[in-house]
Design a protein around this ligand. Sequence first.
Ligand SMILES: *[C@@H]1O[C@H](CO)[C@@H](O)[C@H](O)[C@H]1NC(C)=O
Ligand SMILES: *[C@@H]1O[C@H](CO)[C@@H](O)[C@H](O)[C@H]1NC(C)=O
Ligand SMILES: *[C@@H]1O[C@H](CO)[C@@H](O)[C@H](O)[C@H]1NC(C)=O
Ligand SMILES: *[C@@H]1O[C@H](CO)[C@@H](O)[C@H](O)[C@H]1NC(C)=O
Ligand SMILES: *[C@@H]1O[C@H](CO)[C@@H](O)[C@H](O)[C@H]1NC(C)=O
Ligand SMILES: *[C@@H]1O[C@H](CO)[C@@H](O)[C@H](O)[C@H]1NC(C)=O
Ligand SMILES: *[C@@H]1O[C@H](CO)[C@@H](O)[C@H](O)[C@H]1NC(C)=O
Ligand SMILES: *[C@@H]1O[C@H](CO)[C@@H](O)[C@H](O)[C@H]1NC(C)=O
Length: 738
Amino acid sequence: MINKVAKKMWMLRLMLLLSSLAAASSSNVKPGSGCQEKCGHVTVPYPFGIDNSMRAMNKNFFLNCSRRDSLPKLVIGDLEVFNLSIENGSMIASFFTAHRCYDGLGNRTSDYNEPYVKLGSRPWRLSDTRNKLTAIGCDTSAYMGDPDGSFWTGCISMCTNESAKLNESSCSGIGCCQILLPKSLKSLNLTLRSVNDHEDMGRFMPCDYALLADETFNIAEFLASEDKSSSNVTIEWVVKEKKCPDDPNSKVYGCGDNTACYYSENGQGYRCRCKPGFQGNPYLGCVDIDECLDEEEYLCEGNCKNTIGSYTCDCPVGMYGVGKVGCRGFRIITIIASCVVVLGLLFLLPIGLWRWYKFIKRRRKIKRKQEFFKRNGGLLLRQELSSNEGNIEKTKLFTSKDLEKATDNYNVSRILGQGGQGTVFKGMLTDGRIVAVKKSKSVHESNVEQFINEVVILSQINHRNVVKLLGCCLETEVPLLVYEFIPNGSLYQYIHEQTEDQLPITWEMRLRIAVEVSGALSYLHSAASIPIYHRDIKSANILLDNKYRAKISDFGTSSSMAVDQTHLTTQVKGTFGYLDPEYFRSSQFTEKSDVYSFGVVLVELLTGQKPIRLVETEENRSLAAYFLQVINENRLFEVLDAEVLREAKKEEVITVAMVAKRSLNLNGKKRPTMKEVALELAGIRASIGDSVLQQCEEIDFVDYDNARNFKTGSSSTGSFFNSVTFSVDGDPLLSNKW
Ligand SMILES: *[C@@H]1O[C@H](CO)[C@@H](O)[C@H](O)[C@H]1NC(C)=O
Ligand SMILES: *[C@@H]1O[C@H](CO)[C@@H](O)[C@H](O)[C@H]1NC(C)=O
Ligand SMILES: *[C@@H]1O[C@H](CO)[C@@H](O)[C@H](O)[C@H]1NC(C)=O
Ligand SMILES: *[C@@H]1O[C@H](CO)[C@@H](O)[C@H](O)[C@H]1NC(C)=O
Ligand SMILES: *[C@@H]1O[C@H](CO)[C@@H](O)[C@H](O)[C@H]1NC(C)=O
Ligand SMILES: *[C@@H]1O[C@H](CO)[C@@H](O)[C@H](O)[C@H]1NC(C)=O
Ligand SMILES: *[C@@H]1O[C@H](CO)[C@@H](O)[C@H](O)[C@H]1NC(C)=O
Ligand SMILES: *[C@@H]1O[C@H](CO)[C@@H](O)[C@H](O)[C@H]1NC(C)=O
């Protein structure tokens, strides 16, 4: 039910709205120019009307159109109306002037009238702002007053000589005077007087004038014109001599649609005018202005759209600003700036992503390094090293970055050698030290502890004839070892790959190298805190420094007692040709296995032949076996190296050969210890001469305190080394450990 009623109400409202619209459009027809009345030249707009009073709003606006003359005149009583203005609420009408002329003797030559105006009850008044009472003459007084004579007011113009001639363009005050009209007059009497009737004064101005005129009045024009009987005044009219209603929305009497009421102080009442955005005759109703059609009046550079009472104007795409004021194209700078911003964003985004990617990558790398460090036993090593405080400085933990830099990122040109255990690179540390970096082959988890042990042990060895381990790097996937760099290659190269520019390897050198190597091995076997077996003694692992001093290297397969208590290994390691046959058979490595390998090196030094000989027959391929056979057949001097044969004394060669022979004994137990070998070789060397003796001071392995004990303990007049040499075999003192 409620719904139905609401629907009906809505329908009713719609109909009302439609009918009001229809009414508005019908009223719009009225102000059409074709329908406007005219009287002569003067258009008579509503609310005015002529002839038929029905056309005027009311009787107050009814005007007479006098058709007595050829051209019809719009008249109000005697006054002719020239112009009716709806906008200003004004009309322009003619008004009679008062004038009188004299002959200069006091006799009037033309008569005068006393004009008056009576607007009656109409809501019309003489404008007090536009109109003025003007008197012209040199003996003239002009007055105006209401017909009742309740007030009079006026001005007097007197002048005595020609200098007072009228200023013709305006009323200067000499020869003419002006006063404003009193407010809101509806009727007025005008009077003109001459004080002296122009007897003396005013001879040069024979006429007096008194007139009401608006601002269009011009004295010169007036004086020049023939008909001086009238002047134009402005009359203001209002719809009603009332104030506007307080409620601005209320329908005001006389005003049409879309209008507003306004009060005129002069007219003492209200008038109507169109609301902003509307046009037309406000007394008939105003219609919306289509501003978009009038581009001159209503500026719009954009897309104009008319609305009721107004219009919108949006700047077109690509322009900015207020359309009603003016649209502007984007300035080049704005375009460039926005391009820069966009490009910047496009540019920054990948950079940001790249940075982020880098960051992630770096973090992953660091994590990986830490993992490697852990896996490679870094923690264990660090612990070991810190428990062994004296050596921390010597063994350094290098970072992977250090070594990458040192080896020029493991450049192929830096490779010194490649072996079963890994690749050795030459590198230069930031402090300028030349080093050899050994990149181990993958280290299995199970070997890590051993590897660490090895590093720890090597770091503890500080022997002149052992390659010094400077440090290691555990951050990489495979551990890296950093050694001091030994410039002159290996003994193997020196013996077997002699180049022409190399010094020939003298007997003296051979002997010294043998002494140095045996001394270092002896030290490793017995003097170091835990016995260390090299397990891969061969001439290729004996390096020569710049003074051709021997340096044992490559402890990759070495083991210490601590790690390998049983000496039993599942895998026989070593190099064929140097390998102890007993160890090969039993898989049990002993200190004598190193002695055997050293024996082979001795034979190499003596014969200059490789451990595996290049001969057809299988049995004599091993240099060791061949050597033993040669000794047995007493043909030693047939196989000696030419250099040795030339330089060495027979006894020295024989002694060294004997040491080699015993070292190569197939029964390990019958081989001498490394210490015995060392002492024996040192003895031979000492016997060579005093000059050599001095060099012997460089032999580190000798414990000098013990040596002195020997010396003082024996009455031998020979050198300490001599006495040792002869007491090696079976000497209980020497076969015991130092
Ligand atoms: C009234 O005067 C105005 C200008 O003063 C003029 O534009 C208009 O046409 C005049 N009206 C008539 C009816 O003469
Ligand atoms: C118009 O003329 C009639 C008769 O001639 C007169 O009664 C009336 O007052 C006149 N109206 C005006 C406004 O002059
Ligand atoms: C209305 O008054 C203004 C100045 O007040 C004037 O410029 C304009 O011409 C007048 N319009 C008419 C139709 O008299
Ligand atoms: C006016 O003129 C007449 C002659 O035309 C003369 O008689 C008379 O005296 C003059 N003056 C006055 C004041 O009438
Ligand atoms: C104003 O003029 C009228 C008409 O001439 C007249 O009847 C009236 O008496 C005059 N009023 C005065 C005060 O002179
Ligand atoms: C006009 O009057 C002024 C003083 O009012 C006087 O100085 C001047 O000489 C007079 N001129 C003539 C032509 O009389
Ligand atoms: C009239 O007055 C104007 C200024 O108001 C002045 O420039 C002009 O010279 C005067 N003319 C005469 C003849 O006095
Ligand atoms: C009065 O105004 C009308 C129209 O504006 C004009 O034609 C006429 O000449 C004017 N009359 C005088 C005396 O200025």
